[in-house]
Structures are given as structure tokens and as C-alpha cells.
Design a protein around this ligand. Structure first.
Ligand SMILES: C=CC1=C(C)c2cc3[nH]c(cc4nc(cc5[nH]c(cc1n2)c(C)c5CCC(=O)O)C(CCC(=O)O)=C4C)c(C)c3C=C
Ligand SMILES: [Fe+2]
Ligand SMILES: [Fe+2]
Length: 338
């Protein structure tokens, strides 16, 4: 029953919406698209904290003239050519579509922090369907200002443009939630059981960050260590054999260590032959897992003398992933009557 006065626009309300947000990815393989994506991403002052006066000439003068071509070649190796789509966007879309089936009582959409569909587009879409309560769900288990906070920035920038703002909840980081730990542990145990023998070491490779960000209070590294401990406990492995490493260093500054590639080399040089690598900080496979870990990491390990390099895929849109997302989203809806 609506009680709007005469002349008031007929705004829909009363529904609940969910938006799954991931990082963003190029629209296609052209250096132009990769450049557009990198420009938006690397212009975010939460991601690169170098004073604009120094960063802009470097970004626009050098990086955006050299990196897009190199990155486009890397993306070509992992692109889903049959559907002409980036894995990151494909799996994010699949997750949202599957969640919509699992939770028909809410409206589910997806968004890319850098690129399309933007967070603003997704929120507009949900409001048009009548959602006046919205859960924003960043697809990052471990909190970092470079990922989670920048999602919040985009959400609140959008809210600034509205007269009737929806009530918004931003999901709490879920690096230690049972639903997440159990989902990864289930896939990991299944892989360990499939194998003829256990690997000598399990490596958990997380995306890195400049060390300065951690020293300034970003909790990301601690979250990664908690995740590692809980997964190791869930599979009954000693922490001595489940290592954390950090990958994808960008630029010249010191990033958090140990670096993934350096660890792969030193392990192989110490005589470790057989390892299993997983990337629990990435919910879906993407450039960083498929190219950097599955391809480049394998080369690095084998060149240094390793012989068995096994990689566990990300959760993607598996049954385990979808149960996990449903449980985590439902916890965020708590108290909102449907
Ligand atoms: C410039 C510094 C960067 C920081 C800080 C950073 C943090 C960070 N990133 C992810 C997740 C992803 N990053 C991805 C790609 C990617 N990351 C950076 C740089 C930083 N990331 C660049 C320049 C790129 C682009 C690719 C390249 O040119 O090498 C991706 C993959 C996207 C895809 O399209 O597949 C993800 C996912 C996290 C979780 C994080 C902080 C914790
Ligand atoms: Fe990154
Ligand atoms: Fe990378």
C-alpha cells in the first residue's frame, strides 16, 4: 500500500538487494581496454599512495604507455576465448546468477570496482527494482584498504548523488568465518585425497601489498595469517608445512614478504620436489592465479629443480563456493525481515 502525496514520484521500495563486488578486469584483449582498466585502477589513491604530482607523470607518461601491451599478452594466455570473456568477470557473473537462484527472496546483482558494470550501475539497478536495503558484498575474504575500503568509497560516492538513499550494509571481512574456511578446506582435502601421495609443502599465495600499508595499520597481512592457520587446522596439517607467501609485487617499493617466487625458488633449491599451491585470497580465478601462479610459478619452481607443481583452482562458482556465499550473505541480512 503506497501513501505518496499527489505529485510524488512513484518510487518502488520494500525489497532487499545484494551486490557481489569484485575488482574489475579489462573488457577485451586490446591494449586500449587494458589501458582503460589500468588507468582507473592505478589512479585510485587507495591503491597507489604516491602524491599525485609525482604519480601522474609516471602513470600517464610511462606505465600506461608500456604496461597495457605487456598485460594484454598475459591476459591473452588466460582469457576464456570461447566466450570471449575475462575469467574474473565470468565467474563473478556466474556466482551472482547462481546466488539469485538460491535466494529468490532477494535481488542479486554483481559489479566491478573498476570497469563495468560499475558499483553505481548496480546500486541504481537494485533501487529500480525497489530495494531499499542493500548488502554490498566485497569478494575479498581478507580486508585491505586497497580493496574493501575502495569499494566502500565507490558505494558512498554513489549515495552522495541520491535523495532517498537505501540502507546499506557493507559485509564484514570473512577471512576467519567457518563457511569460508570449510569451503577451502573441502576443496583442498578432496585434492589431497585424489593425489597418489601428499605434497611435501602446501603454499598459500596471497596478493601482496606495499609493506608501508601494513605498517600504517592495514590488517591484511594478519588476516592472511589467520586464514592460513584455520585452513591448516581444518585439514590437520602442521603450520611448518603450510606456508604463506605474497605475490604480484608492483613497482619498486618493498612489499610484504616472503615473495611467492623467491619461496618457490628457495624451496626447490633446498630439495623440495613436490608442492601444492593454492590462492585462498582470490575467490575466483583471474590473471594473478592463472598466469602468475599456475603458469609462471610452475616455471620458476621447475627451473630451480622442483618436479611436482600442483595448483588448486579458486572457489569460483563451485557448489562449495555457492554454499559459502549464501551463508555469508544470509548472516549479513540478519535482522532485516524479508
Ligand atoms: C599497484 C598496486 C596494487 C595493489 C596495492 C594491489 C592490491 C590487490 N590486488 C588484489 C587483487 C587483484 N589484483 C589484480 C590485478 C592487478 N593488481 C595490480 C596492482 C595492485 N594490486 C595490477 C597492476 C593488476 C593488473 C594486472 C597487471 O597488469 O599485472 C587482479 C586480477 C584482475 C584480473 O583481471 O584478472 C586481482 C583479483 C588484491 C586482493 C589486493 C590487495 C590485497
Ligand atoms: Fe592487484
Ligand atoms: Fe600479476
Amino acid at each position: 500500500m503506497k501513501h505518496f502525496p499527489v505529485g510524488h514520484p512513484d518510487v518502488k521500495f520494500g525489497r532487499i538487494g545484494v551486490v557481489l563486488v569484485n575488482l574489475g578486469t579489462p573488457d577485451d584483449l586490446s591494449p586500449k581496454s587494458v589501458r582503460r582498466y589500468l588507468k582507473e585502477f592505478l589512479s585510485d589513491s587507495r591503491v597507489v599512495e604516491i602524491p599525485k604530482l609525482l604519480w601522474w607523470p609516471l602513470l600517464n607518461g610511462i606505465i600506461l604507455n608500456t604496461r597495457p601491451k605487456k598485460s594484454a599478452q598475459a591476459y591473452r594466455k588466460i582469457w576464456l576465448h570461447d566466450i570471449n570473456e575475462s575469467p574474473l568477470r565470468h565467474y563473478t557473473q556466474q556466482q551472482a546468477e547462481k546466488l539469485a537462484h538460491q535466494m529468490p527472496e532477494v535481488d542479486v546483482v554483481w559489479a566491478m570496482r573498476y570497469g563495468q558494470p560499475s558499483i553505481s550501475t548496480a546500486l541504481t539497478q537494485l533501487q529500480a527494482k525497489g530495494c531499499d536495503r542493500i548488502v554490498v558484498f566485497p569478494m575479498y575474504p581478507q580486508y585491505s584498504a586497497t580493496t574493501n575500503a575502495t569499494v566502500s568509497d565507490a558505494v558512498f560516492d554513489h549515495l552522495k548523488t541520491l535523495r532517498w538513499q537505501p540502507t546499506v550494509r557493507i559485509a564484514h571481512p570473512w577471512y576467519r568465518q567457518e563457511a569460508y574456511i570449510n569451503a577451502i578446506a573441502a576443496l583442498l582435502k578432496a585434492r589431497l585425497n585424489e593425489r597418489e601421495s601428499a605434497p611435501e609443502k602446501i603454499i598459500m599465495s596471497f596478493h601482496g601489498l606495499p609493506e608501508r600499508f601494513i605498517n600504517q595499520g592495514d590488517p591484511y597481512q594478519c588476516h592472511c595469517f589467520v586464514t592460513r592457520r584455520l585452513i591448516a587446522e581444518a585439514i590437520g596439517w602442521s603450520l611448518d608445512d603450510v606456508l604463506v607467501t605474497f605475490q604480484s609485487r608492483f613497482g619498486k617499493a618493498k612489499w610484504i614478504e616472503p615473495y611467492t617466487n623467491a619461496t618457490l625458488t628457495s624451496l626447490a633449491e633446498e630439495g623440495v620436489k613436490d608442492i601444492l599451491v593454492l590462492t585462498p585470497g582470490f575467490v575466483v580465478d583471474c590473471l594473478e592465479t592463472l598466469e602468475e601462479i599456475a603458469m609462471e610459478g610452475k616455471e620458476v619452481f621447475e627451473e630451480a629443480g622442483g618436479t611436482h607443481y600442483d595448483v588448486l583452482p579458486c572457489l569460483n562458482d563451485s557448489g562449495e563456493a555457492m554454499d559459502m556465499i549464501e551463508q555469508l550473505v544470509k548472516a549479513e541480512l540478519s535482522g532485516w525481515e524479508l
